[in-house]
Design a protein around this ligand. Structure first.
Ligand code: KE4
Length: 444
């Protein structure tokens, strides 16, 4: 249910946001609790958000913005959906966390295992974030196979666990090098990199080292270099290669899960991995992560098996209430066809405007995830994505914010629609983009 529409207003950080940002920087590194929120790559100070509802956020300076960050994916139903908020309030009134098994955990586990193809007949474990989910899934894959190497693709982001913070490499598989200070070399020595969408490089690596590889983890549709879909046939071939080599195939669907279809990317593309990691939508905006898959693999997880993984707040009743209600609403009234239509309308409209204003723009879209790369080429991997004009993106970002549209503050992030982004909101967005692109073109 969207709030009553009103015209979006100038989202540039006003006095209150600037004051809060100055204060925040005194006690929080960079003034934020997650780096991308600091606007380093787009310039300016971040507006501080006071509340959100439907497709909108309101800032501390009373600006109303059309939100395409969607708290980085969870808000597929729009912000503050009344049934989700009520479920959270009801659960909270009975206590916030018990550290004991609860009915809700059984219900959400059964629903997840029914919705996610790789978990049907299998098992799932809840945790508190996507990072925990991927870190744990890879530990389980290593415990299950007895092998130590893992493979990720460059430009993919799977959270900030040491072994996955590997600089985006390029070319054929290379030994990972720490992508962050503080990550010891011996932690990433077993993390191998291949370019996204290069199935020959993957096949060559598996032919050479497959017997040492515990798992291949991918974002089946990459969101973390901007939205970059798999090439036709890539997922199917990867499934064949990993199965033949006894490698655990992990789809990191933290972003795509329950977004690209009821069963995520794996259902949309018809390719079933051995394990899946989840986050974002599975918690409906509250801290929930999950990993699961084949029963024989998940039987390695303590207390059933020897692979240890734990969490004080894992499966807590308040977060589970948000996630369970969100999944139930997605099941009750599947929004996917309508999300597809609306996102296509937005993406096509943006492309037409970029052409009209003579701007280099290459749009990618899968379901309700989209990115406009400021370049003319097709984007199929991280090297392609990095060819984008990030300064032009920054200018466009600031012009859109000034016109009341709140985009992800990086060229290398995906935008998200919610079912609350109706046609009127999309028309408002396109009107803002017309002005923003005109301003960017005039400044060239
Ligand atoms: P969290 O630990 O942030 O819940 O999830 C990590 C993660 C894992 N896998 C995928 C595919 C992800 O996209 C993420 C987190 N996504 C980023 C946005 N690109 C979170 C935003 C942020 O870091 O502030």
């Amino acid at each position: 249910m969207s709030p009553v529409h009103s015209a979006p207003t100038d989202g540039r950080a006003g006095a209150r946001s600037r004051e809060l940002f100055a204060a925040a920087q005194r006690t929080i590194p960079g003034g934020v609790n997650s780096p991308v929120r600091a606007y380093k790559s787009v310039g300016g100070d971040p507006p501080f958000v006071r509340r959100a509802n439907g497709p909108y956020v309101w800032t501390e300076d009373d600006a109303q913005l059309i939100d395409y960050v969607g708290t980085w994916g969870p808000a597929i139903l729009g912000h503050a959906h009344p049934e989700v908020v009520e479920a959270v309030a009801r659960a909270a009134r009975d206590g916030l966390s018990f550290g004991a098994p609860t009915r809700g955990e059984v219900e959400i586990a059964e629903r997840i295992c029914e919705m996610v193809p790789s978990m049907r007949g299998g098992m799932v474990r809840l945790c508190n974030s996507g990072t925990e989910a991927t870190m744990s899934a890879l530990r389980v894959a290593r415990g299950f196979t007895g092998r130590e190497k893992i493979v990720k693709t460059d430009g993919a982001y799977h959270g900030h666990a040491d072994m996955l913070l590997v600089a985006a490499g390029s070319g054929a598989a290379t030994l990972g090098i720490p992508g962050s200070a503080g990550v010891p070399k011996n932690v990433v020595v077993d993390t191998l990199l291949v370019p996204w969408n290069d199935i020959d490089a993957m096949a060559e690596l598996i032919a050479r080292q497959g017997h040492e590889i515990a798992a291949v983890i991918i974002e089946p549709v990459v969101g973390n270099m901007g939205c970059v879909p798999p090439r036709p046939g890539y997922l199917e071939r990867l499934r064949e290669l990993t199965a033949a080599a006894g490698i655990v195939l992990v789809f990191d669907e933290v972003m795509t899960g329950f977004r690209l279809s009821r069963g995520g990317a794996q259902e949309r593309y018809g390719v079933t991995p051995d394990m899946t990691t989840l986050g974002k939508i599975v918690g409906g905006g509250m801290p929930v992560g999950a990993y699961g898959g084949r029963r024989d693999i998940m039987q390695c997880v303590a207390p059933l098996g020897p692979v240890y993984q734990a969490g004080t707040l894992s499966g807590n009743p308040v977060a589970v209430a948000a996630g369970l209600t969100t999944l139930a609403l997605l099941d009750r009234d599947p929004p996917y066809a309508e999300l597809e239509r609306r996102t296509a309308k937005l993406c096509d409209g943006l492309g037409a405007l970029a052409a009209r204003h003579g701007l280099p723009w290459s749009g990618t879209r899968v379901g309700s995830m989209l990115t406009g790369f400021f370049q003319t080429g097709e984007v199929w991997n991280y090297d392609d994505a990095k060819r984008s004009d990030t300064a032009m993106f920054g200018a466009y970002f600031r012009e859109m914010l000034a016109r009341g549209v709140y985009l992800a503050p990086s060229q290398f992030e995906a935008g998200f629609l919610s079912i609350a982004h109706d046609d009127e909101v999309i028309e408002q967005t396109l009107a803002a983009a017309d002005g923003a692109m005109a301003a960017v073109a005039a400044a060239r």
